[in-house]
Design a protein. Structure first.
Length: 460
């Protein structure tokens, strides 16, 4: 194993004062590091010192609006003040609990879906270094939780809730200034679709317009609605837009079957024998156009598994977006979902294949009955088969693929995951990226909370 640090971020603290949060996504961010050097592993974890977390600790109560939780107003005047704060973004959380990325210039930033929740950390000490301030004047309050980050650029989407659409922006390493590549106007619906993530190809940016749309009214509500800050609008249909990276021009905008996805896996360009791009293929973890997964991720549901199979089915959804002017795109399962137990989410690929034709995806899958993805799966998109890892009672987090330096095969590398065990303990697990067999495991001295997404910081 090469030397370096795997960082994983996620919600990890759901109790403040004597109040218990209700949804997985509300928890205050806990950062975990696994540092690999000379065949040894050193692990550590720390809370991210966001303003929201510090205020909650100090006042022993919720002070900012989280994913589903809203601070209680003391009186009507305070409520009016808080509404004003919501529009300015002042009351929104900066709890950067969703992911962590290493920018091309080496800075490591923890992220959530509020722009103010972009927080720079030290990957060695896990210290919170401060807010990542965007120096441009693009404004807006939210962005995609998963920017596309390479050594050369940072691409993200800024949903526009006022004139439904998305700004597609990029930022160069060493700067804090995002520049507009182009804009996508929504084809339908009262608001843009939720864009937790989006994929890119070599030359194009794929902008999904999901019928699960942001909802300004739900943002204002004190109590969570069934779909939180979102609403399901099947009548508004679903679309996928394709923007040229170089020109910002939209080269395709197609209607697709209704879908629900949080995580795109990858995308690539399909070319004909003359080298012309004929279609874009974009793969995602697709929940069969069913939003119930959001409810299943309530803590009360996660903590009460009684042996019944309640995890909704999911599949590797493949969008086929023709570039010949046709108004429709396709969405189909790229592999038989039974290969991965009809559960799939929290995916990674070999980063060298970002935007390129690729063969393998790693993700959390399911061994049923379960109430949460409880297996790891390696999907072979060519042979349409999966290899699975499972241990009774274990809950693995996102399998993160790290290529072996000098590798020539796509799956030559290791897969890192952190496992939560039935008995409250946990361990770091390393699987061989090719055979998907265990290489090593290192037991933690105590259990860690479940986490979401990670990144690899190689040792220089
Ligand atoms: C704080 C505000 C918001 C925050 C949104 C956040 C924190 C969204 C996080 C979404 C995540 C972590 C999605 C992960 C999905 C994982 C799945 C489906 C796993 C499935 C397993 O089977 C907004 C909502 C943006 C509104 C403003 C305030
Ligand atoms: Fe995510």
């Amino acid at each position: 194993m090469q030397s370096g640090t795997y960082l994983r971020n996620g919600p990890g603290l759901w109790r403040i004062g004597n109040y218990d949060f209700r949804h997985l996504f509300d928890g205050y961010a806990t950062l975990v590091k696994l540092h690999f050097e000379n065949g040894r592993l050193i692990a550590g974890h720390r809370q991210i010192e966001s303003e929201a977390y510090k205020a909650a600790k100090k006042n022993k109560k919720l002070c900012y609006r989280e994913f589903s939780e809203v601070p209680k107003s003391d009186n009507f005047l305070a409520y009016v003040g808080e509404l004003a704060n919501l529009f300015s973004g002042a009351s929104l959380t900066d709890n950067a609990n969703t992911g962590v990325v290493k920018l091309g210039d080496g800075r490591v930033v923890c992220l959530t879906e509020t722009q103010k929740g972009s927080i720079v950390i030290d990957p060695n000490t896990l210290d919170t270094l401060g807010k990542f301030e965007y120096s441009d004047t693009l404004g807006g309050l939210i962005h995609s939780a998963h920017p596309i980050v390479t050594d050369k650029e940072f691409l993200t989407l800024l949903p526009d809730l006022v004139n439904p659409g998305y700004l597609v922006v990029s930022m160069k390493p060493g700067t804090n200034e995002r520049k507009v590549i182009g804009r996508v106007n929504c084809r339908h619906g009262p608001a843009p679709g939720w864009v937790h993530s989006f994929p890119v190809t070599e030359h194009y940016i794929v902008v999904p317009e999901m019928p699960l749309r942001y909802c300004a009214q739900n943002l204002l509500k004190a109590e969570p609605t069934p779909l939180y800050k979102f609403e399901w609008h099947p009548d508004s249909k679903a679309f996928v837009h394709v923007m040229c990276k170089a020109s910002g021009k939209i080269v395709a905008s197609v209607e697709v079957p209704l879908f629900v996805t949080f995580h795109f896996i990858n995308a690539y360009e399909e070319v004909d024998e003359d080298g012309r791009v004929t279609a874009i293929m974009a793969d995602c973890c697709e929940h069969n156009a069913d939003t119930t997964i959001l409810e299943k991720l309530k803590l009360q549901n996660l903590r009460s598994f009684d042996g019944k199979d309640v995890l909704p089915d999911a599949r590797v959804g493949r969008f086929i977006i023709p570039l010949n002017g046709s108004p429709y795109g396709k969405l189909e399962a790229a592999v038989d979902p039974n290969e991965h137990g009809r559960g799939i989410d929290m995916c990674s690929i070999n980063p060298k294949f970002l935007g390129l034709k690729y063969r393998y995806a790693y993700a959390c899958g399911a061994q049923r009955p379960c109430n949460f993805p409880n297996a790891l799966t390696k999907i072979d998109l060519v042979n349409k088969r999966a290899k699975n890892w499972y241990e009774e009672g274990a809950v693995p987090s996102e399998p993160f693929f790290v290529p072996r330096p000098g590798a020539t095969e796509e799956d030559d590398g290791v897969v890192i995951s952190m496992i939560s065990q039935k008995n409250g303990g946990g361990y770091a697990l390393l699987l061989d990226g090719s055979t998907f067999k265990e290489i090593a495991r290192a037991k933690f001295p105590y259990g860690l909370p479940y986490g979401l997404h990670g990144c690899w910081v190689p040792k220089h």
